[in-house]
Design a protein around this ligand. Structure first.
Ligand code: C6P
Length: 406
């Protein structure tokens, strides 16, 4: 099974002096043949602008592009295809929501509730909106284990009655899977809208927007085996209808006169300009790749790998793991420090062994600050990683320690 999956990824067969152990999947995943070939075939045989041409090639490209919208609708179980907006990635989707809500919906003094484990993509747009609109941002702290402190969350909801809650489904640093369904229900009780950042969950577990009942949800194609430059913003129809457009220009209009412009209905209203056609079609192939294996199977297998990695990392003396120490409600993302060795040195030395990991703050400086750290090493796994790659990582870490401590 795993060798069948690995065979679909040409880059994993790359043989240098050391074979590649790609353990930086939270940053971006590698791409399977189905995605590579779909994009290649599109450019070779089907390339044309969408929504514009009346000739057969353009109509076929439009039909394929729009069929991916149906595919995404089915994939995340949205009620309507118009609730699926193609974006350039999770960052763009979050910015669309923040900018749209900040325009008319929010007013000076309104509270926004985020958590200490949010990615900068959730924090920075809100800080900018807060400065312009005089909004107040509160942060829910984390427990020592790296989970959102739900007791404080409930208190902050009751105290400030925020208008908006932004929460990541899975932390890109800790791997923590947040109880977003429960958090959304609690937020709705005080009238808050909820945006779930699904950038780190979408490739690892079934995501059902109707079950979560979130108001908005954003993710990127490149973290789920698809191409860069494409992502999805889901929003409940009536809310997206109320939001103003984000990008103004061609395609998102109904009528333009010298006096004024009226906007196109959903989803066009949010897809101004020429969209990333090949990337959207490549995203469709990535969804098929995930569905062929099955998200439930992926979650089950990755959970075993998570338990294996946690056991292996625990045996390294001097290693401090950030985040939950057990595999439940956890994705295969492991950030840690090694006593006395800078994370960047570790990542550089691992690279010499052919092991690709990330070091730094991972665009989560507030999270690192809450653990009194500037940086950590991050290992992030996905469907093609194996226990033997974890063994290799552990051996390399122990060797690095011996060199540093000698
Ligand atoms: N995290 C990492 O952790 P973009 O760059 O738009 O595709 O995704 C942004 C983003 C939003 N939310 C979460 C939880 C994320 O993890 C990310 C991207 C990458 O390595 C890059 S910092």
């Amino acid at each position: 099974m795993i060798s069948e999956i690995r065979n679909q990824f040409p880059i994993l067969k790359k043989r240098g002096a050391k074979p590649l152990a790609y353990l930086d999947n939270a940053a971006t995943t590698q791409k399977p043949l189905a995605v590579l070939e779909t994009i290649d075939e599109f450019y070779r045989t089907k390339n044309a602008p969408v929504h514009r041409g009346v000739y057969a090639l353009a109509e076929a490209a439009t039909a394929e592009y729009e069929s991916v919208r149906d595919h995404v609708q089915d994939f995340i179980n949205a009620k309507q295809r118009e609730e699926i907006i193609f974006t350039s990635g999770a960052t763009a989707g979050i910015n669309m929501v923040v900018s749209g809500l900040a325009a008319d919906y929010l007013h000076a003094g309104d509270h926004i509730l985020l958590s200490d484990m949010e990615h900068h993509a959730m924090i920075v747009p809100w800080q900018d909106a807060a400065r312009r609109k005089k909004l107040k941002i509160d942060f829910v702290p984390l427990t020592a284990e790296g989970r959102i402190n739900l007791g404080v969350y409930k208190k902050l909801l009751a105290k400030h009655k925020p208008k908006f809650v932004g929460v990541t489904h899975v932390s890109n640093v800790l791997g923590t899977e947040n109880p977003v369904r429960e958090m959304t229900a609690l937020a709705h009780k005080v009238g808050a809208l909820v945006l779930v950042d699904a950038a780190q969950s979408i490739a690892h577990m079934p995501v059902d927007v109707q079950k979560l009942n979130c108001d908005f949800l954003a993710f990127s194609g490149h973290k789920m085996y698809g191409p860069t430059g494409v992502g999805v913003l889901y929003g409940k129809y009536e809310l997206l209808e109320r939001l103003p457009p984000y990008i103004f220009g061609g395609h998102m209009i109904e009528q333009v006169t010298r006096a004024k412009t009226t906007y196109a209905p959903l989803p066009e209203k949010f897809e101004g300009g020429t969209p990333p056609v090949a990337e959207v079609i490549g995203l469709g192939a990535a969804i098929s790749f995930l569905q062929n294996i099955g998200l439930k199977n992926i979650k089950k297998e990755e959970s075993k790998l998570t338990a294996y990695a946690l056991r292996a990392l625990k045996n390294i003396s001097g290693l401090t793991l950030l985040g939950p120490a057990t595999a439940d409600a956890r994705a295969p993302i492991f950030s840690f420090t090694l006593k006395g060795i800078h994370p960047h040195d570790i990542a550089t030395l691992l690279d010499r062994e052919g092991i690709a990991v990330r070091a730094g703050h991972h665009c989560a400086q507030i999270l690192h600050e809450s653990f009194s750290l500037d940086a950590s090493v991050r290992v992030s796994l996905c469907v093609y990683n194996t226990p033997s790659e974890i063994d290799r990582l552990v051996r390399a870490l122990v060797t690095i320690q011996k060199r540093f401590y000698a």
